[in-house]
Design a binder for this molecule. Structure first.
Ligand code: PZK
Length: 273
């Protein structure tokens, strides 16, 4: 990294630096969070896997929507990107009903104002996938909003363009993931604008910005995080109450979790199509 980079902020597991007025550096650490709490023990190679996957998907989707990526740095875990004006919404595309979408559906029969058929279950595949925007909250969890709410915040034309492009990227990624033994349940995108051009930013289609399940497990009826399930299972057995501080993970759990990240990378980016 440049000696003169200015630290702009920290996410739970990432750091953001300004290189100059026009360029940022997004650095993914090896830190892992579960139940929203960061663990004291890193997962070796996790930052490199997330950054590599994000760069892979930026390259494969650039014809659907331009993105902020300038270069993947030699350390493998830093992305140099264009600094631009962020839109004040995040967008989630869901091709499977689970998590907060499943909760909302059980209450309302709809998610973010999108009505869904009756009788769906946790994990039901959605065809077509649904576009579910949310506000970005400084503290606490992002709040789901309807498409009309989104239009009031960022404009109707922008909202329609983001919906169309987000769904197109998701469809492409879901199809590839499925062929390669993964279920891309849902994923979050953030966008910015530069000279009026909508541009995809942040990291995309990584296991931290997306929910990936194993296809084999899914087809057997199990909705298990492809990457974090070993850690979650061990934590459940440990009796941890999900309050900070998070316990250190044992070496065996670290090694198996690391292997899952590497396997996700191999499946999604590896040779054979
Ligand atoms: C930007 N974040 C989130 C990420 C953090 C915070 N291309 C861009 N232009 C301007 N701003 C951002 C981006 C991007 N990407 C992203 N905050 C601002 C974030 C990682 C660590 F602390």
């Amino acid at each position: 990294m440049s000696d003169t980079a200015t630290h702009l902020g920290s996410g739970k597991v990432r750091e953001l630096y300004a290189l100059d007025d026009d360029r940022l550096l997004l650095v993914a650490s090896d830190r892992i969070s579960t139940f929203d709490v960061v663990h004291p023990t890193p997962i070796p190679d996790k930052g490199r896997v997330l950054t590599g996957l994000s760069a892979f998907w930026f390259a494969r989707t650039k014809d659907i929507v331009p993105n902020h990526l300038i270069a993947l740095h030699d350390d493998g875990r830093s992305l140099e990107c264009r600094r631009l004006e962020m839109l004040p919404v995040e967008v989630v595309v869901r091709g499977y009903l689970t998590g907060s979408g499943w909760k909302e559906y059980q209450r309302n029969g709809a998610v973010c104002g999108v009505a869904l058929p009756q009788g769906l279950r946790d994990g039901s595949r959605l065809e077509p996938a649904i576009f579910t925007p949310a506000t970005k909250e400084d503290q606490g969890h992002d709040e789901n909003i309807t498409f009309d709410d989104m239009c009031r915040r960022v404009g109707a034309d922008t909202s329609q363009a983001l919906r169309h492009r987000s769904l197109a990227i998701y469809d492409e990624a879901r199809a590839r993931a499925w062929e390669r033994g993964l279920v891309l349940a849902d994923t979050k995108f953030e966008f910015g604008r530069v000279d009026g051009v909508l541009t995809l930013i942040d990291e995309i289609l990584s296991p931290d910005s997306s929910r990936y399940w194993g296809r084999e497990e899914y087809e057997a009826g199990r909705l298990e995080s492809f990457d974090k399930q070993f850690a979650r299972d061990w934590l459940d057995r440990s009796g941890w109450n999900h309050e900070p501080p998070a316990p250190a993970l044992p070496d065996e759990v670290i090694a198996r979790t690391r292997e899952r990240y590497l396997e996700a990378m191999r499946r999604l980016t590896g040779a054979g199509a």
